[in-house]
Design a protein around this ligand. Structure first.
Ligand SMILES: Nc1ncnc2c1ncn2[C@@H]1O[C@H](COP(=O)(O)OP(=O)(O)OP(=O)(O)O)[C@@H](O)[C@H]1O
Ligand SMILES: [Mg+2]
Length: 131
């Protein structure tokens, strides 16, 4: 796994256990759905409004007609025959958790090429310092 994470990043305020769950699921999925010899990359880019995290893999990818169903409870691209174990709930929780942190999660994927999940966390405004 490759990581490109700047040393100094703004703080994110949130529920640690929930946010760890988001990362555990996304990195776990990337691992589960990438064959041996593939790559998994985590990149973090801050700007003044958002911290953007990209978790990419060079795995099996997701057919474009399935992308809109991905965050639905129990959805698995290949149904019960899906690779590895899993309930199909991980991404549903990721979406809920990101929304409850005023953030967002989106996905880009190409079948046979790989998948990228993008997380956006709002940067805390230090308004009390300005006043
Ligand atoms: N990185 C990925 N590459 C290819 N397919 C993916 C990827 N991430 C998710 N998927 C597809 O989306 C489905 C739903 O993912 P989700 O994390 O919600 O469930 P799961 O990993 O199957 O089970 P759980 O997370 O509940 O243990 C997966 O079963 C898989 O079909
Ligand atoms: Mg999962």
């Amino acid at each position: 796994m490759k990581a490109d994470i700047p040393e100094h990043l703004p703080d994110i305020w949130g529920d640690e256990e929930s946010l760890v769950r988001v990362f555990t699921n996304l990195i776990g999925n990337a691992t589960k759905f990438t064959p041996e010899g593939g790559n998994i990359m985590v990149g973090v880019q801050p700007n003044s409004h958002y911290i953007t995290v990209r978790i990419s893999d060079t795995g099996y990818g997701i057919p474009s007609d399935k992308l809109s169903l991905l965050f639905e409870p129990f959805f698995k691209v290949n149904g019960q025959n899906e690779r590895g174990s899993g309930s199909g709930l991980g991404l549903t929780f990721c979406k809920k958790i990101m929304e409850s942190h005023q953030g967002d999660i989106t996905v880009m994927s190409k079948e046979g090429e790989g998948t990228t999940f993008v997380l956006e966390f709002p940067v805390q405004m230090h308004t009390e310092e300005a006043s």
